[in-house]
Structure formats: C-alpha cells, structure tokens
Write a protein that binds this ligand. Structure first.
Ligand SMILES: NC(=O)c1ccc[n+]([C@@H]2O[C@H](COP(=O)([O-])OP(=O)(O)OC[C@H]3O[C@@H](n4cnc5c(N)ncnc54)[C@H](OP(=O)(O)O)[C@@H]3O)[C@@H](O)[C@H]2O)c1
Length: 304
C-alpha cells in the first residue's frame, strides 16, 4: 500500500538493497535498522536507525508508524565456519528477532505482521526428495539447525498476535553480489568446473522475483511458511554449464572433488555440496507469478 511505512532489517545487504529500492520506487516509506552507524541515512521516506542485537541496543524511533517488519538480518554464511563464525551466524539471527519482539512487547508498538527471511538449508541434504513446506523434518547439519532456530524465533511474535511469514529463500541470483559472481569468476578465467559429483540440486531464485515475492506476501498479507525458489531447480553441473555458455567459455576441467573443497572451504563446503530440490507450488497456488521460471533466461538477464 502506497504511503505505508515499513521497517526493514538487514536492508544494506544483497536482498535488502534491491527490496528497499523497489519499495521506495513504489511509494513506501522505509525505516531500516543497521548495525553500522556509517550506513545511516536520513531522508523523508528513507530513514536508518542504529541497533545492535548482540547487546540489546535498538533505537525505538524506528517503529514510528510501522505496521509491517521485513527481517533480513543475519551474519553471512559465506565465511569460514570457525567456532566463533558459527556462533555469530546463529545468534545474529535469533538475537535480532528476539530484540524486535521484546521491543514491540515492551512498548506495545502496533505492528501487525513480520515477514522474515529463512532458508532452504532447513531441508535435509537429499538428491531424491522434492521438498514442499509440509515436510517437517530437519537434520543435524549446521545450516538445518540454524534455520530451525531462526524460524523458531518467530513463534513469540505469534504469541503477541502478529501475523508471521517465513520465506525459505534459495540461492539468490544477482548480477553483482552473492553466489552468481562467485561461480562466474573461475569460469571466466578458464578454471571452471562442477563441484563434487555435480548432481546435487540447487534451488535458485532471480533477485527480481525474490523482491516481487516479498511484495506479494506483504500486499496480500500472506501468513505461514513459503519456499522462495523458482519452480525449476537444476543440478550443479547444469548450473555450471549454463553459466559457462553465457560466458562463452569452455568447461574442460574435471569436477572439483569433495576432498579439495573440504581443504579449500572447510565445513562451509556444505553450501556448495548440499542438495535441496525445493518446490515452488505453494506460493504459485497463492497467486504469485514468477518472471523467471527457468534458469537459462534468468542467467541471460543477469549476465547480459
Ligand atoms: N543471498 C542468498 O542466496 C540467501 C539465500 C538464503 C537465505 N538468505 C537469507 O536472506 C537474508 C538476506 O540475505 P542477503 O544475501 O541480503 O544477506 P547479506 O547481503 O549478507 O546481508 C545481510 C545483512 O544483515 C545484517 N547483519 C550482518 N551481521 C549482522 C549481525 N551480527 N546482527 C544484525 N544484523 C547483521 C547486515 O546489515 P547491517 O550491516 O546494515 O546491519 C547485512 O547487510 C539473510 O538472512 C540470509 O541468510 C540469503
């Protein structure tokens, strides 16, 4: 709704920047919370506020006029998973939600809905399963347990009477940031190769579709858990081949074996090797129309 004030956390990241740009163009006013004071700007319709969930600091002025929160905050998983990094990947997500919730409760702010990022990493690694939101299991992997706790941190908002929505986001494809430029770089330099066995499923989404999906959920006030992936996931070899095709580069190296990835990336190799084939039907059945259903046109658009 034009004129509505949104509060967005993690607004300075890959997804947040694209979402904020779209919301401002659509006539929303955006308040955002940032942990970096240098990122605060103050304009009429675009205002930054400082917070630090680690030590329970939050500028409560950010809630003024806000009905809906979009929560994207979380330390990046694309870092070596040391003990400290793992702790921060988890706590940055759970503590951010806990601080938002306790602040709303303490000040009785009239927020009606929270739409939070979640991730398909909640689904156990599998080359054969096709995951929809009804699937209840998780596994003992680091990512699955982080996402389970992250989604669990939305429950207290329900107790306060807010609608809660979790979007289980797949691999976000964007021209400048995230997975795509990282995969493109070795291929550009004739060093491209599929990772591991190459048959692991990668459920992706074009950044423009993800932004539209957040808007769709916001405008239709959808509640519950939704996968945020394009309807046609691909296997890793296919992803690598299609990127090489766009770059007009040959792929002549053998797949990079798992033990090499273990040496290069440590436990974080799970990001490249885990397989999640994830279904988009629930959001489509709710009426959402993807612009990019297939990977090849999505890559053509992003890599043009
Ligand atoms: N990109 C993907 O492929 C993908 C896939 C699945 C799920 N997701 C999830 O979607 C969300 C947005 O993704 P993204 O790619 O935009 O992430 P991103 O680029 O890493 O941005 C996340 C933002 O979170 C904030 N942040 C970082 N550390 C924090 C901390 N310790 N406490 C509070 N805030 C912190 C930062 O904002 P400030 O510095 O301004 O505080 C940062 O800009 C993330 O939670 C991510 O896990 C992303």
């Amino acid at each position: 709704m034009m004129g509505q004030i949104l509060l967005i956390t993690g607004a300075t990241g890959l997804v947040g920047k694209a979402l904020v740009k779209h919301c401002l163009a659509e006539g929303y006013t955006v308040h955002y919370l940032t942990t970096r004071k240098s990122k605060i700007i103050t304009q009429k319709h675009h205002k930054g506020f400082y917070w630090n969930p680690q030590n329970n600091t939050i500028d409560t002025a950010c809630f003024e006029g806000v009905e809906v929160i979009v929560n994207l905050a979380g330390a990046s998983i694309a870092q070596r998973w040391s003990k400290a990094a793992k702790a921060s990947i988890l706590s940055s997500r759970t503590e951010a939600l806990a601080l938002l919730c306790s602040t709303i409760k303490a000040h009785k702010f009239p927020v009606t809905q929270i739409i939070s990022a979640s991730a398909i990493g909640i689904y156990p690694d599998s080359k054969t399963r096709y995951y929809d939101e009804k699937f209840q299991g998780t596994d003992a992997s680091f990512l699955s347990s982080v996402v389970k706790s992250w989604e669990g941190s939305l429950k207290p908002f329900q107790t306060l009477g807010l609608k809660t929505t979790a979007l289980r986001i797949g691999i976000v494809l964007d021209s400048n940031e995230g997975a795509l430029p990282k995969i493109m770089s070795p291929i550009k330099h004739y060093l491209g190769a599929a990772l591991g066995t190459g048959d692991q499923w990668q459920s992706w989404i074009h950044i423009d579709d993800l932004v539209q999906l957040f808007m769709f959920v916001l405008e239709s006030k959808l509640e519950g858990v939704y996968n945020a992936v394009a309807p046609n996931p691909v296997q890793q070899t296919e992803l690598t081949k299609l990127i090489a095709k766009q770059l007009q580069r040959p792929l002549f190296l053998p797949n990079i074996p798992e033990f090499v990835l273990r040496l290069m990336l440590g436990e974080m190799r799970a990001i490249a090797l885990e397989s999640q084939r994830v279904c988009a039907s629930k959001i489509q059945d709710a009426g959402f129309k993807f612009e990019f259903l297939e990977l090849e046109p999505a890559l053509e658009d992003l890599m043009a």
